[in-house]
Design a protein around this ligand. Sequence first.
Ligand SMILES: *[C@@H]1O[C@H](CO)[C@@H](O)[C@H](O)[C@H]1NC(C)=O
Length: 251
Amino acid sequence: MTVLAKATVLVVLLVEVTIGAEALQDIPEFLHICQVQQPQYETCVTNSINDLKPYLKVGVPEYHIPSLEPLKLKTISASPSNSLTMHANDINVYGASNFEINKIKMDLTNIVFNVDVALSNIAIDGKYEVDGKILLLPIHGSGPLSGNFSECIGACKIKGERFFDENGVEKIRIIDFRMKISVGKGSIKLDNLFDGEQVLGDVVNSAINNNFQLFMREFSPLLEMALSDAFQDIADKIIQQFSFSQLFPGA
Ligand SMILES: *[C@@H]1O[C@H](CO)[C@@H](O)[C@H](O)[C@H]1NC(C)=O
């Protein structure tokens, strides 16, 4: 090889390595991108998210999309009041991929997205630990937890920001994800309360389920935190594979 040929090979290799490091993912076929200036932009985004549902259900590892069935939550620890401490771990949520979008509002100037979703039926299972008082009753124990919730509404407020990654590519990341949920109906079962003291356990479970809305007032903030955290993580991993202009052409 001549010196020139060697140099050419070297340059080609270098260029390939550099491009390789900076390459963005191409937008996958299943992610339908909407032109920001188009009329009915928000309707287009709604349709695009609806088209994603089957992929969210099973997950797409190549695009860092985890399966939402089940959705796995991080450990939830909180003291909703000073007379109660609760922990829940290994929580699985079933049915989260069956959401319906009620409303979507995209403010691309301030990067604030409001998304209202309806979930007709979700179920959860996992493990709990609880100590203190709930609905004026003493409660204490640890064990398996399960529950069903129907007619749920989730209102999400998502705040993002534009930033340049280490390769100088402009992207978007989520800096705040707040979900408020309201549960229409539901029931919950805490197994093995009071070290398996069945009668006491049944009394407390009945009290909770007979006063479900009151109970949810204490429990919702924990669930909201865990769900917001999980969705922020999922959404952030997906959007950071693409540039801002890939996701929002015309913005
Ligand atoms: C949730 O629903 C399932 C299926 O209908 C039922 O088997 C289970 O007992 C319910 N659990 C609670 C805590 O209501």
